[in-house]
Design a protein around this ligand. Structure first.
Ligand code: DAH
Length: 337
């Protein structure tokens, strides 16, 4: 092979090079110890002494041209690489995009918060059976089958005569039978009523039932327990007041009101200018109810209450329609992120 041919071959191969690392392979192929240029040089022995010098110079020149061409190509590829890199560069200082993760439903958040408050006050927190017996929901609470007070709860029934609980009081009897005084328990869970829905009523809603049974428990303990809870929940000291009411499972039965959380007792449209919000039913547990639970009412007394969970959340956030909670409308749900 002649010097010119080796050069041609080299040039052809060089023009097809795209990668820096392949350039090194090419260099070895031509300039390496056993490379094409050295192979060419070995032919020098076949030449007459007078031609050797000229041939030697030619080969050396070829070597330098190849070296220079590789160097140029290297520079070229390097600048290409740099250009591409700067085009594709990521700006790691740009602020990230917040991932669209889910979060807990407002009802769940509030349930946990309320459970936490009562736990700090020494109460055990339970969940109700969502379907229970006539006995648990009514009879054990001093409401026999034909008692007119049953009309207070629009009840769904299963074919077998069970029912989706109409209130979390349905857990009272279980609690009395499975715990020993002092009993401090709170039940937070879903209730169901067969009634038309409007801004203030849902067929599915939540209640917080509470019971406290021990020696010498009075209405004074009840009122103070509620005052502490509501002051914690609404984040400031609130006044309370009670007035007589009727529920078959308490005697006396009471309705407890708190100072309006929106106008702070001054009077507004939510509290109908009264400054007070009637917020829950409560009372001293009826002796028959304690007895039915295996507790001797001569030794122990107690109080119970039932709070509508959605109602107290609505007052805290100024929500005007209870149906938002189960609407599945993400614009509402996401406000509680
Ligand atoms: N269970 C009642 C209801 O759903 C609320 C209630 C009232 C619960 C008085 C009580 C209570 O524990 O003492 O309407």
């Amino acid at each position: 092979m002649k010097v010119a041919e080796v050069w041609q071959q080299f040039e052809k191969k060089l023009s097809g090079q795209k990668e820096l690392k392949d350039l090194e392979v090419l260099r070895i192929e031509f300039l390496g110890r056993k490379g094409k240029v050295n192979q060419l040089l070995q032919k020098i022995t076949q030449l007459s002494p007078e031609k050797r010098r000229e041939f030697g110079q030619e080969v050396n020149q070829l070597k330098r041209r190849i070296e220079a061409a590789i160097e140029r190509k290297k520079q070229e590829l390097r600048t290409d690489l740099e250009n591409n890199l700067s085009k594709e560069k990521l700006d790691v200082t740009l602020p990230g995009q917040e991932p669209n993760l889910g979060h807990l439903h407002p009802i769940t958040q509030m349930k946990w918060e309320i459970a936490d408050i009562f736990q700090r006050m020494g109460f055990e927190v339970l969940e109700p059976l969502e379907v229970n017996s006539d006995y648990a929901n009514f009879e054990a609470l001093n409401i026999p089958p034909d008692h007119p007070a049953r009309d207070m709860w629009d009840t769904f029934w299963t074919r077998e005569g069970h029912l989706p609980i109409t209130h979390t009081s349905s857990m009272q009897n279980w609690i009395y039978r499975n715990r020993k005084p002092p009993i401090r328990a709170v039940v937070i869970g879903r209730c169901f009523r067969n009634e038309a829905t409007d801004a203030g009523h849902e067929h599915t809603f939540h209640q917080i039932e509470g019971v406290y049974v021990d020696r010498g428990i009075t209405v004074a303990h009840l009122i103070e327990t509620m005052r502490v809870f509501f002051s914690e929940f609404y984040g400031r000291e609130l006044k309370t007041k009670v007035r007589p009411s009727y529920f078959p499972f308490v005697e006396p039965g009471l309705e407890l009101a708190i100072e309006c959380v929106l106008c702070r007792g001054k009077g507004c449209s939510v509290c109908k200018q009264s400054g007070w919000l009637e917020i829950l039913g409560c009372g001293q547990i009826h002796p028959s109810v304690l007895k039915e639970g295996g507790i001797d009412p001569k030794k122990h007394t107690g109080f119970a209450w039932g709070i509508g969970l959605e109602r107290i959340i609505m007052l805290r956030y100024g929500i005007e329609d209870i149906r938002h909670f189960h609407s599945g409308d993400l614009r509402f749900i996401r406000k509680f992120k």
